[in-house]
Design a binder for this molecule. Structure first.
Ligand SMILES: Nc1ncnc2c1ncn2[C@@H]1O[C@H](COP(=O)(O)OP(=O)(O)OP(=O)(O)O)[C@@H](O)[C@H]1O
Ligand SMILES: [Mg+2]
Length: 288
């Protein structure tokens, strides 16, 4: 593959997904705010495997921040550090002005960080609605027993949460599958339900790990539209891991590029797509 064709692929997306046409994100200046999250000098290893080496970048409020890189680059590990699943050996994380050595999953969730997973993590035997309801758990104030017995204040609260989830179902245009067990749904719809579950937590920062993987062009277009709508209508900040460069270039405000656990580039889509180190990484050019 020539250097030009790699650049073209990064411009258009290359594969089946590349035909996805989406609206460009708003100009960053018009809506992007102050820094919401900053990771500084993060290093993470598993035994001898260095998943992340001295990574620093920030995410600003209302931004769609893409994290890209070849397989094994450390992208999912980075999201796992941000939401506290992994604890880095070095570095610090500043979220909403509070600096920590490491996040804890419950801290992250309570403070408005939600995520979707690279491999769908839903309750396959439960309906779409019930899966989305699980995203409301941290919002529930009444004791579990009250909810389970559907009694007293628990009943009122349950109704309010259900109404909230029904609004998400309408927003994501999945009314027709609201009662179907998610295990019976095609893959693309399961991904949409997972987005719904994350949205049910009313996140301030949403971490999306390959939300369009395995989707056909039409499903990708829909998912892009939902991501842009969530960002636009709810003001949700997003970190987005995605392999389809057409999608990344179309919808993200800024892109951070990882390769072998190191940060290779960071900038606007135009800046990273013309960065020689990035082009080399996608061509598989050997490192010194
Ligand atoms: N829990 C773990 N235990 C051991 N090694 C891990 C663990 N999680 C990640 N790694 C290793 O860290 C490196 C980065 O993995 P990671 O999953 O973050 O990459 P990625 O960029 O998300 O790749 P992909 O595009 O394939 O999803 C890999 O070498 C991986 O094997
Ligand atoms: Mg990954």
């Amino acid at each position: 593959m020539s250097e030009q064709s790699v650049t073209d692929e990064m411009t258009t997306g290359g594969g089946a997904a590349s035909d996805a046409t989406v609206q460009p994100a708003n100009t960053p200046q018009s809506r992007v705010g102050e820094t919401l999250l900053e990771v500084k000098n993060i290093s993470l290893s598993f035994g001898g495997v260095k998943a992340l080496t001295n990574i620093s970048f920030d995410i600003k409020a209302h931004e769609i921040r893409a994290i890209i890189g070849p397989n094994g680059a450390g992208k999912s590990s980075m999201l796992n550090v941000i939401n506290g699943f992994y604890h880095p050996q070095e570095g610090e994380i500043t979220y909403k002005g509070v600096t920590r050595k490491k996040m804890r999953p419950h801290q992250a969730a309570k403070q408005g960080i939600a995520r979707t997973f690279q491999n769908i993590a839903l309750f396959k035997g439960m309906s779409t609605l019930d899966n989305i309801m699980t995203g409301r758990v941290l919002k529930m104030k009444q004791p579990w027993l009250m909810q389970a017995l559907y009694w007293g204040p628990g009943q009122k609260e349950e109704i309010e949460h259900r109404e909230f989830c029904e609004r998400i179902i309408d927003f994501l245009e999945i009314q027709h599958i609201r009662k179907i067990p998610v295990g019976k749904l095609p893959y693309g719809l399961q991904k949409r339900v997972e987005l719904g579950r994350a949205l049910a937590a009313e996140p301030e920062l949403l971490l999306l790990d390959e939300p369009m993987a395995g989707m056909n062009v039409e499903e990708k277009e829909d998912m892009c539209r939902f991501i842009l709508d969530v960002n636009d209508e709810f003001g949700t900040t997003m970190a987005l891991i995605e392999h389809d460069m057409g999608v990344v270039m179309d919808i993200s405000d800024r892109v951070v590029v990882l390769d072998y656990g190191c940060k290779l580039a960071d900038g606007t889509p135009d800046e990273v797509r013309s960065d020689q180190a990035v082009i080399d990484a996608y061509l598989g050019v050997a490192h010194d």
